[in-house]
Design a protein. Structure first.
Length: 134
């Protein structure tokens, strides 16, 4: 499963807070039944366009990864929760909405099924499931 959340926060302070993001990435995997296998990596980015500065964070989980990228001046955040294990996506959306104080968001869920019993050809016959939510 790959949950993608694009949102606008009503709290710019959260989007600029490296410690908040680090603690979120450290604690959140366990809240959705995942296993963190690395410390969170959090960096501040300032590029040639000032409005694009932000904080990016990434954590490896045994099931894949969680990545978060903030764009502080735009009050914007991109969130990816990618896992080979099913998880409660509605809970995750609610958690991120509340935790990042998202006033507006768009989500996309990509269901990536693994081929069973080495049935790669049969699995490829079914297109990936993309579900968009506004």
């Amino acid at each position: 499963m790959h949950l993608i959340i694009d949102g606008y926060s009503s709290n710019q302070k959260i989007l600029r807070d490296e410690d908040f993001l680090r603690k979120w990435l450290e604690n959140y995997p366990a809240k959705i039944g995942m296993t963190r296998i690395s410390p969170p990596y959090v960096i501040k980015y300032i590029g040639p366009v000032l409005e694009d500065w932000g904080i990016s964070g990434f954590v490896f989980i045994a099931e894949s990864h969680i990545g978060i990228h903030t764009f502080v001046e735009r009050n914007y955040v991109n969130i990816d929760v990618f896992s080979c294990k099913d998880f409660d996506t509605e809970k995750a959306i609610k958690d991120f909405r509340e935790g990042f104080q998202l006033a507006k968001l768009r989500t996309c869920l990509i269901d990536r099924e693994w081929p069973k019993n080495s049935d790669f050809i049969g699995a490829m016959a079914n297109p990936q499931s993309f579900v968009y939510h506004e």
